[in-house]
Ligand binder design. Structure first.
Ligand SMILES: Cc1ncc(COP(=O)(O)O)c(C=O)c1O
Length: 475
């Protein structure tokens, strides 16, 4: 057994070292990947991924710029963006160089000697983040950033209740899952943190009522945890007075404002941090996803000196082994450099506007029967459909046209379009042409039905239960 595993691992190491595969190697890799997913990962994934069907399998092999390439050499324009991790593009040379330079000297940290990159990155974040946000705790993912922020809010205020939004998504570890809002993800694990209240998003009246009721009952809110734009909720953009109002109400009732910018941060919406659109200063800012430049898993949460004071005397109250490691910090420092030097926040704004306008005119002839809305801020864009079936057809059609898009975890009727901020105008035109073709095809199928059956939607593609529940992730 041991010698078989040695042989197997060596075979895989040889594969990793290769740039190109011959036809036999490609076939073997594809077959083995499908078998391994089936037998050792979760066969459920194969049932709902668009990249797998009895007659078509796409196994990823390489990436660069705004594209992924599969083992067979087919290139896909990436409008899925790894759910928001590729803001500076795939394997940006500067991020790649920083990480490999660091790797060639030292990979992980001693945990005892002082690690310089952690210090430099924390200082950069203090300079970059709004207001008096100053101290940073580094994490490995978005959900960890939210977990830490919740603990910090409880510690700093001595209160326990958290207010979050219906439609919000904050991760799936137990603490952050309590703040995430969709029953299908929460119900199997209830009760988790029971002091979480969900209120309608973009509703200041609901927020004030909840804060006042909690004050009355003695369950005073420690924090209001919100995404500036509901990303997984289907790109729901609040009115301009919402976040300034949330800030005011938090101050009035002594609650902290935690901005979950795991998805909206790092330039995605046209500003480095989305709350900057409304000049709002949160008490804690959570980062993840694109923070590691699409190369390293990395996250962070940043707070003011006042908030951090309780952990000055005992920094071991919240710790992580890998968070803030030198490779992740090198990636984040390079990412911030690239975002600023290449003016990618500004680019997200201008290119996002162009993309959105083109999407709006493309969908116009098909609204409202096939498609309801195109909306977005910067390059965080969504298309909303009357039902999940049409959305699934469109995303499947786009995949056949070699365009990757994805659903959103909370709102199954939307497709997210979240490409690298470096996407070219030519690539955007390719996406628009593909969308136009796909909508036309679906519309012509619909017309036949409209005449014959007098219904306004196409026959749903048969879906199993698993597809129904998780479809939104993969639309
Ligand atoms: C706003 C927000 N917060 C937190 C998370 C969780 O991040 P992760 O999947 O890295 O744990 C996500 C992931 O989609 C997110 O969009």
């Amino acid at each position: 057994m041991k010698s078989a595993i040695t042989q197997q691992t060596q075979h895989i190491l040889n594969l990793i070292a290769k740039r190109d595969l011959n036809d036999d190697e490609k076939k073997q890799l594809i077959d083995e990947t499908v078998d391994n997913f089936n037998a050792y990962i979760n066969p459920g994934f194969l049932q709902y991924r668009k990249s797998f069907s009895p007659d078509y399998v796409a196994v990823e092999w390489a990436d660069s710029g705004s594209t992924f390439t599969c083992v067979k050499g087919i290139e896909y324009i990436d409008c899925l963006g790894g759910y928001g991790i590729y803001n500076v593009g795939h394997r940006h040379p500067k991020v790649l160089k920083a990480v490999t330079d660091q790797l060639n000297r030292q990979a992980l940290h001693s945990q005892e000697l002082l690690d310089p990159l952690r210090g430099y990155l924390a200082k950069i974040l203090a300079d970059l983040a709004p207001g008096n946000l100053k101290y940073t705790f580094f994490t490995n993912s978005g959900t960890e950033s939210v977990e830490g922020a919740l603990k910090m809010a409880m510690l700093a205020t001595g209160r326990r209740t958290i207010i979050a939004a219906v439609g919000g998504f904050h991760g799936k570890s137990l603490g952050s899952l309590s703040a995430t809002s969709k029953a299908v993800f929460r119900k199997p694990f209830l009760p988790s943190l029971h002091n979480v209240r969900h209120i309608p998003f973009n509703d200041l009246h609901a927020l004030e009522q909840t804060l006042a009721c909690l004050q009355f009952t003695g369950d005073d809110a420690a924090a209001v945890l919100l995404e500036p734009i509901l990303g997984e909720g289907g790109v729901i953009i609040p009115s301009d007075d919402y976040f300034p109002g949330v800030r005011r109400l938090c101050d009035k009732y002594g609650a902290l404002l935690i901005a979950d910018e795991v998805q909206t941060g790092m330039g995605r919406t046209g500003k480095m941090f989305c709350v900057e659109h409304w000049n709002v200063e949160p008490d804690i800012l959570c980062l993840g996803k694109a923070f590691g430049g699409g190369i390293m898993p990395a996250g962070a949460f940043i707070g003011s000196e006042k908030l951090w004071t309780p952990i000055f005397s005992n920094p071991f109250l919240h710790t992580t082994t890998f968070g803030g490691n030198p490779l992740a910090c090198a990636a984040a420092i390079a990412t911030i450099n690239v975002l600023l030097e290449e003016r990618l926040c500004e680019r997200a704004q201008t290119v996002g506007d162009i993309f959105l306008n083109k999407l709006k005119s493309t969908i116009k002839p098909y609204t409202p029967h096939l498609i309801l809305d195109a909306r977005g801020k910067g390059l965080l864009i969504a298309l909303e459909f009357p039902d999940t079936d049409i959305g699934f057809r469109v995303s499947k059609g786009l995949f056949q046209e070699k365009i990757l898009v994805a659903g959103t975890l909370i709102n199954a009727k939307t497709i997210r379009i979240e490409p690298p901020l470096t996407i070219t105008l030519e690539q955007i035109d390719n996406v628009i042409n593909a969308l136009s073709k796909v909508l036309k095809e679906i519309a012509s199928e619909m017309k036949v039905q409209l005449i014959n059956e007098s219904i306004t939607k196409p026959t749903p593609i048969p879906m199993n239960n698993l597809q129904q529940t998780v479809l939104s992730r993969q639309l």
